[in-house]
Ligand binder design. Structure first.
Ligand code: BDR
Ligand code: CA
Length: 311
């Protein structure tokens, strides 16, 4: 049976690739999208989430708008320099036709957790504000959600936002710390693995050849994202596979190697947003372990995404 998933997202170029991949995968049933600020402002990412369910006739899937700001820290620079002001590579897409549901993202997550106990995989691929708010609204969801698969963190390598912090964790470190401590089955699909799966320009071209609405949209919005990677990583037209790696993990976890370890999130100072794994148990706290992805069969991930987006 298909796994029920809720994707909590800040679309976003790689969010778009991830959502299109999920919507085209029989192993998962997307029962909702919840949106959050991050790659662009909250009103923008909510509209993009609506656009993405409409793109290939999935407009029966509810979209709930979430937070516009982090829990505690002031809102810092958004990811518009990576994804464009519109989160869609500055392509200025037409408005969506559909409407957001009346519930907030946190309310939606809580109500779905109760409606489908122990059946839902939460897949946050943006800042973790909505997830922390859902836990605050009803701590019981830590026992009702089947598991949580997060694109976020940089446990064994440098960050992409600061020398130590990955963007999704950095944008709301306080929320991330709450989510990490909640004691639910949680997997971190961080930069440790997402940067190992590299989509080259040749790979992009193979996607575009399929000519379906998903890859046509990806083709339009990709140049802005490529130029970010050219500038910051010298990737020459290639792109890392951040959010789609989390979806790949949900579909086929065997492609990933994980280690079980307690992870803490730094919430103050220069190292805010750092994901610190206590590999040797030196802090000795009662922090529950999470699964940290430490390696990946990148060819398998890239093949999976390509197969879904081109069929
Ligand atoms: C994460 O940050 C965002 O820019 C991407 O959408 C991804 O979720 C990568 O650090
Ligand atoms: Ca994202």
């Amino acid at each position: 049976m298909a796994k029920k998933i809720i994707i909590d997202t800040d679309p976003g170029v790689d969010d778009t690739i991830a959502i299109c991949t999920a919507l085209r995968s029989p192993e998962v049933e997307v029962i909702g999208l919840t949106s959050v600020f991050g790659n662009a402002a909250g009103n923008v990412t909510a509209q993009n989430a609506l656009r993405l369910v409409e793109l290939e006739g999935n407009d029966h899937i509810p979209v709930a708008r979430g937070s516009d700001i982090p829990l505690v820290a002031p809102l810092e620079k958004l990811g518009t320099w990576v994804h464009g002001e519109d989160g869609m590579g500055n392509t200025n897409p037409p408005p969506p036709k559909g409407k957001l549901v009346d519930q907030s993202a946190a309310e939606f997550i809580v109500s779905m957790a109760h409606a489908y106990p122990n059946q839902i995989t939460l897949v946050p691929v943006g800042p973790l504000t909505n997830i922390a708010l859902a836990l605050r609204l009803d701590p019981e969801i830590a026992h009702l959600i089947h598991d949580v698969v997060i694109m976020g963190g940089a446990v064994t390598i440098p960050g992409n936002m600061t020398p130590v912090a990955e963007a999704n964790i950095y944008h709301d470190a306080h929320a991330a710390e709450i989510v990490m401590a909640a004691g639910w089955p949680l997997t971190l699909v961080g930069l440790d693995v997402t940067q190992k799966s590299v989509m080259t320009p040749a790979y992009h071209q193979e996607l575009f050849k399929a000519g379906n609405p998903a890859v046509k949209l990806i083709q339009q919005i990709l140049p802005c994202y490529q130029s970010y990677f050219n500038k910051t990583e010298g990737l020459n037209g290639s792109t890392f596979t951040h959010d789609p790696s989390a979806i790949s993990y949900v579909i086929n976890p065997d492609l990933f190697e994980t280690r079980s370890v307690p992870v803490y999130v730094e919430t103050v100072g220069r190292c805010m947003g750092q994901t610190v794994a206590d590999w040797k148990g030196q802090w000795g706290d009662e922090r529950p372990n999470v699964n940290v992805c430490v390696d990946v069969e990148s060819e398998g991930v890239l093949a999976l995404i390509k197969e879904r987006l081109t069929k």
